[in-house]
Design a protein around this ligand. Sequence first.
Ligand SMILES: [Zn+2]
Length: 334
Amino acid sequence: MKNFEYIIGQEAVREHLQHSLALNKISQAYMLSGEDGMGKKQMAEAFAKALLCEEREDGGDESCGNCHSCKQVESHNHPDLIYVTHNKPQLISVDEIREQVVGDVQIRPYQSKYKVYIIDEAELMNEQAQNALLKTIEEPPEYAVILLLTTNEQMMLQTVRSRCIKLSMVPLSDDQIVKALTQREHIPPVRAQKILPFARGNLGRAKELALSEEFEEKRTMYIRILSQLPGSSVYQWTDDIEKLAEDKKELASGFDLMEDWYRDVLLYKAGALREQLIYQDAFSKVAQGAGTYSFRQLQKNFEALCVAREQLKRQVRPQLILENLFTELRRTKE
Ligand SMILES: [Zn+2]
């Protein structure tokens, strides 16, 4: 974990937080929203580290990185930095919020001026949990700073949202991604360029793709499947479905690849040029898809992918998700 200076891009969010530090005007609840891989946690930790740093002078907007407190934050061992945890994968319960935040916040900080709470995946709090948290956000002790990180701001109660300073992470530029991959991860420039369209400004995804040995192989497999799906029978995909269903985590990024594919098909159908496509190397197959699918069916494909993602989150059996998805994707007209 590093400081603000280490963060690539996200200038608006960074400046807001550093400005608050410099002016010593710290709000007590922040909501950082953005996709997984956009660096929400890194940003929250840089902020927490600066808040808790022992060497930071009044008006300083960055942690020193060397003091005892900074070291504790880096090793995830700071008693005044609390990461809210949850037992069920898809739920942060009211009991967990009560125990780890509402009750805990009454205890004064052990060694710092602040006590910082990071609630990652805050959208997993159900309504009860959010309402319990709301009371704390409404009347927090002056030392409390609560950082809500979320991929889906819409899942947060309006009452909670309105009490938070809202900050949004944004996609990085291609140059920023390439720089991060080549200079920090020592990934060869050719490889960095190749994964670039699939990263869509998301550095976390970019790193994952660039470091994945299987990415090329996987991509080739998806091109084969997606180009042959229209008009086929769902039974001929049994083996592929079996294979894809093996790894749930891989499946989520597979859905990204599929979405990119239909995006290309749709763009090409609407008159885009080859240079504007992500799958430029499979251009003829994209063009073929554009000739086969109706606009309406492409829309349905995107919807089906959306449903599949939701089902994956809700722990539906991967085989079943894929069977349903393929059933929709093989249709060419509504
Ligand atoms: Zn420090």
